[in-house]
Design a protein around this ligand. Structure first.
Ligand code: RB5
Length: 148
């Protein structure tokens, strides 16, 4: 399994934590940074992660900013990216099962997640896309990409 990971200055520590967690499970992580708290713009980071993901060979992507909000919004503007911002492990599981999310977003400045980002990533990875009626809905999501 291979994951692309990228973060802005609001999630330097969280990204390192997630990288260590995934590597501890034998998963290859391509961490694109950033690695310092020098201010950067989350849309640039989301674009960088999506561009890398689209090169192929990745199972999914993780993007992190201070809250996860801005970077998930940015990622979801990019064709082919379905980025979930899960509130807990249940939502992370359903993001895969129902929405076939290919990106997860987390906030490095969120200190009171009910389930840890690591637990949410694990729940997502343990899930399988259910297809069927969910495929129809994901197809409709994809069709919205060309909405003006
Ligand atoms: C950066 O200060 C902060 O705005 C960013 O990390 C993120 O929280 C935006 O949604």
């Amino acid at each position: 399994m291979k994951v692309v990971l990228a973060n802005d200055h609001g999630a330097v520590e969280l990204a390192q934590r997630l990288k260590a967690h995934l590597e501890g499970k034998g998963i290859t992580v391509n961490h694109l940074g950033v690695f310092t708290e020098e201010s950067v713009d989350y849309p640039d980071i989301a674009k960088k992660a999506a561009d890398e993901y689209k090169k192929g060979g990745y199972d999914f992507g993780i993007v992190c900013c201070g809250t996860g909000e801005g970077i998930s919004m940015a990622a979801n503007k990019i064709q082919g990216i379905r980025c979930a911002l899960p509130v807990n492990a249940f939502a992370a599981e359903k993001a895969k099962e129902h929405n076939n999310a290919n990106f997860l977003a987390f906030g490095g400045r969120i200190t009171n997640y009910p389930d840890s980002p690591e637990a949410m990533v694990d729940a997502y990875m343990a899930a399988t896309f259910a297809g069927g009626r969910h495929q129809r809905r994901v197809d409709k999501l994809t069709a919205l990409e060309s909405t003006r």
